[in-house]
Design a binder for this molecule. Structure first.
Ligand code: NDP
Length: 264
């Protein structure tokens, strides 16, 4: 019987996930179909899951925390970060996972001998990725526009700064990562230009989690002739890991990646 999968979010019309997953279902000859579902109210997520008889789903902005609450069982990492982007229905119980963070970790693997990472931004994506990076041995520092979101990171033992307190720290970072939504739908930089002028020359590479777009941050990094990378691989890898859950680890990472990459 065909299994139904979907992405829940609002908006979802721009999402690449249906194409990514359907290419892999077809390529691997697995009887699955992946759709998209614009959810007006995150509290309906659990009920919709059962009403539509969905086998597995991805959850995107702004419902990753609602998805966390909707699950019966959470994997330890999702539990730790408080955000779920992948849910599987196993015999009427919803199991939640977070594949964004391991996806990001895999996406930066190519930058060898990097240890010190500066995150510009302290939202939900920074929350899960900072944990996964620290577990993998990286040192993550967070720089955010405003103070409020930094508190949780400080309590978790991360070094944090606002724009005002960052100046003249003279710390060096191997990777500088735009973890904000600055540049997604506007032309703004994630932090004042003066800070970028301080940290980018010392960095080995600059990464943006926004994908499919030459963001102002990446354009800025190019002026310093730094290697750059957008968020496409992060998106791809979080999808591959989700697909592994969807299909109960029936296929290898490489097999799934081969077909999913055709979406890019
Ligand atoms: P959140 O809404 O949780 O956090 C947004 C963060 O961006 C906050 O730190 C906020 O600062 C900061 N910010 C927003 N606008 C500006 C601005 N103009 N200048 C400076 N800082 C700004 O977002 P998410 O963590 O969910 O998402 C962040 C980005 O990650 C998005 O662009 C999203 O598209 C991308 N993403 C990419 C994925 C991929 O697979 N490639 C997966 C998941 C997310 P403040 O606290 O001051 O408001």
């Amino acid at each position: 019987m065909q299994q139904l999968f979907t992405i829940f979010g609002n908006p979802v019309s721009h999402s690449k996930s249906p194409l990514m997953h359907n290419l892999s279902f077809r390529g691997l000859n697995h009887n699955g179909c992946y759709t998209r579902y614009r959810l007006e109210d995150g509290r309906q997520l659990r009920q919709k899951f059962f009403d539509l008889n969905i086998r597995g789903a991805n959850i995107t902005v702004p419902y990753k925390e609602e998805a966390f609450k909707a699950c019966d069982e959470l994997d330890p990492f999702a539990q730790k970060v408080g955000a779920v982007n992948t849910i599987i229905n196993r015999e009427g119980k919803l199991y939640g996972y977070n594949t964004d963070a391991p996806g990001f970790l895999k996406a930066i693997e190519e930058f060898k001998e990097t240890k010190r990472v500066l995150f510009l931004g302290a939202g939900g994506t920074a929350q899960s990725t900072s944990m996964v990076l620290r577990d993998a041995g990286y040192e993550v520092t967070l720089l955010n526009r405003s103070e409020a979101r930094l508190k949780r990171f400080r309590e978790d033992g991360f070094k944090t700064y606002t724009f005002e307190t960052f100046y003249k720290t003279k710390d060096r970072y191997d990777l500088v990562v735009n973890m904000t939504s600055a540049g997604l739908e506007d032309e703004s930089l994630p932090c004042p230009k003066e800070i970028l002028d301080e940290v980018i020359p010392e960095a080995k590479a600059c990464i943006d989690v926004i994908y499919g777009k030459d963001t102002p941050f990446l354009k800025f990094a190019k002026k310093y002739h730094k290697p750059i990378k957008d968020g496409s691989d992060m998106l791809l890898y979080q999808g591959v890991i989700a697909f592994e859950y969807f299909t109960n680890h029936k296929f290898t990472f490489e097999e799934i990646e081969k077909y999913m990459r055709e979406a890019f």
